[in-house]
Every structure is written in C-alpha cells, then in structure tokens.
Design a protein around this ligand. Structure first.
Ligand code: VIV
Length: 295
C-alpha cells in the first residue's frame, strides 16, 4: 500500500485528512468489523500517531486492538476503578505528575502491593488498561509514548502462579501491537531470581524493538534509574526528588475515580471509540517523514 500524500497547507503545516481516510478505508475493508462501524478522527489519530503515520501498520494495530478487546472480556469489559478500589488504595500504581525529558508519561507499578490471594491477574491487568485508555487520549502521550517502572519487590510464588501462559500472551500483545501507545521503556527494579521464569514466558513474544527497551536494574537501582530519568521527576523512594510515591498513587487513584464514567463508556462501546474531542487541533506540523522509525 502506498502511503497517502501529505497536503501542504498555506501556513506550512500538514493535513491529516488523507491519512485518516486511508486508515478508515483500510480498517473497514477488513471483514472482522461490522459493516456499519464508524470511527471518529480523534480515535483514528491514536493509531496513526502510535505508528508514525504508517497507514498499513496503523490498520493492523487498530484491528489487533479490536481483537484483543474481544478476546479479553475479563479485562476490557470492566474498566471500573470501584471494582479494584482496595488494591488502588494500597498505593499499587501511579502515573507521575511530570513527564520525562523526552515528553513520555512515566508509570510506576509496585507489584508487592498486590496480594495475589485477594486479587486475580485479570483485576490487576484492568488497572493498567484503565490508565492506558486515559493517557492514550492525551495528544502529547500519543506522540511521545510512555515508560514504565515495575517495582518487583515482594514478588512471590503466588504472583508467579497467577501469570499463566494465557496472561503472559496478553501482556506481550499489549506491549507489542495491540494497544495504541508507544512503549518507550520498561524498567524492572528489585526483580528477584524467581521472576526470571515468568519473564522467560513473556519475552519470546516481544519484538526486538521492545526487548531492547527492557532494563533490569536489580536492587541497587537508584543510580541506574537516574541514567534514564531525571531525579526531578522520580519519587524519593526511587532515588529522585519529586513528589513521594504515596502521594503520586493517591493523586492518580483520584484521577481514575474522576474518570469512572468515561472508562465505563469505553468498556461498553463496541469499538472503544467514544469520540472524545482531541485536546489539540487535527492539523499540525508533526508529520515529518524523516522520523518514521521511532515507535
Ligand atoms: O499492561 O502500554 C509479570 C503497558 C502495560 C500494560 C498495558 C499497556 C501498556 C506498558 C500491563 C504494562 C502492564 C495494558 C497498554 C502489561 C499489565 C500487566 C498486568 C500483570 C497482571 C502484572 C503482573 C506483573 C508482570 C510484570 C512484568 C511485566 C514486564 C516484563 C513487561
């Protein structure tokens, strides 16, 4: 498939219209979707940005996202923060208030706060999906992606048993090509020896591009994390000088609760496209064919 031609506008910016029509056409040609499916421009932009305006790859990502949602109803149909309130209250998860130097969103998961006797991997996964849906609405995050810090302190056999091959496949799918977000870095800290078998289950399904972005920091991580993130933005618990982890978790939990209605609409929608007006106009100068390889 030949890419659409960029239409230069008088002010020197470019028109996304041709990309949007090619993606729409490509997706609807595919028999997997009901014939009356329609997609909003804002929704399609997530997929175009996640694949740097390569239309063919964007079609694939859009179809994979639809398929993943259909095949994972235990996760995708219940995007309700209330359903996991006690887990959220343990300070399991935060999106840091500040982006990193490259504009990426920075997420922290503290796996040790998850008691595998109380919560299934599906419920834990829902939290990530809720956060992903919310941040993927932000234009800046669509362009600059995200980085994740997994704190595996407290990882136990109970956790390992929950991450069965089916969950491992779902993890590798969302990291590779089933969710419209650019995964720019995955940082594991405090990973114990017996995390390795679980990682070995996920790793083979990841593309090289993502494998190269996974960093294992061990227990002596304060300095090495600062090679990747400026101390200004990291919580003191992770070697930084930013707001504390408890506060960051509480703030993001509040944000999830404020977005409960929106999340439930996304969960209930057949394609997940709830046509939110994007936070920036659909015309800009970001389409630059010299930078088409970084997603
Ligand atoms: O959900 O971009 C064994 C990222 C993540 C997402 C989703 C998107 C995304 C980076 C994950 C990361 C977390 C949806 C769009 C995959 C949910 C994980 C839930 C499970 C139950 C946690 C168990 C702990 C993992 C920890 C290690 C995983 C790394 C090796 C990736």
């Amino acid at each position: 498939m030949d890419g659409p031609k960029l239409t230069a506008l008088p002010n020197g910016s470019e028109d996304f219209g041709p990309y949007l029509s090619s993606l729409r056409r490509g997706a609807l040609q595919c028999s997997e979707l009901p014939a009356d499916t329609s997609f909003s421009d804002g929704f399609l932009m997530k997929f175009l940005r996640a694949r740097d305006f390569d239309v063919e790859l964007s079609v694939k990502l859009l179809l994979n996202y639809q398929r993943w949602r259909r095949e994972s109803p235990e996760i995708s149909t219940c995007l309700s923060p209330s359903s996991v309130v006690d887990l959220l209250q343990t300070s399991y998860h935060a999106v840091l208030p500040q982006r990193d130097h490259s504009g990426s969103r920075v997420l922290i998961y503290r796996i040790g706060q998850w008691n595998p006797k109380d919560w299934t991997a599906f419920q834990v996964f829902r939290i990530s999906l809720m956060t992903s849906e919310l941040i993927s609405m932000e234009t800046e995050t669509q362009m600059k992606g995200l980085k994740v810090i997994f704190d595996l302190q407290g990882w136990s056999l109970g956790h390992a048993l929950q991450v069965n091959p089916s969950i491992a496949r779902k993890i590798s799918s969302v990291l590779s090509d089933s969710f419209p977000l650019k995964v720019r870095g995955i940082h594991l800290v405090n990973e114990p020896m017996f995390f390795r078998p679980v990682f070995a289950m996920i790793r083979p399904f990841l593309p090289d591009k993502i494998k190269q972005r996974i960093h294992m920091h061990g227990s002596d991580y304060h300095d090495s994390l600062c090679d990747f993130f400026s101390p200004d933005i990291l919580p003191p618990e992770y070697g930084g000088e930013g707001p504390g982890i408890e506060e960051a978790c509480q703030d993001w939990t509040n944000h999830l609760f404020q977005s409960e209605g929106l999340l439930q609409q996304i969960a209930a929608h057949p394609t997940g496209d709830i046509s939110i007006t994007p936070s920036a106009p659909l015309i800009s100068e970001e389409v630059d064919t010299d930078h088409l390889s970084e997603w």
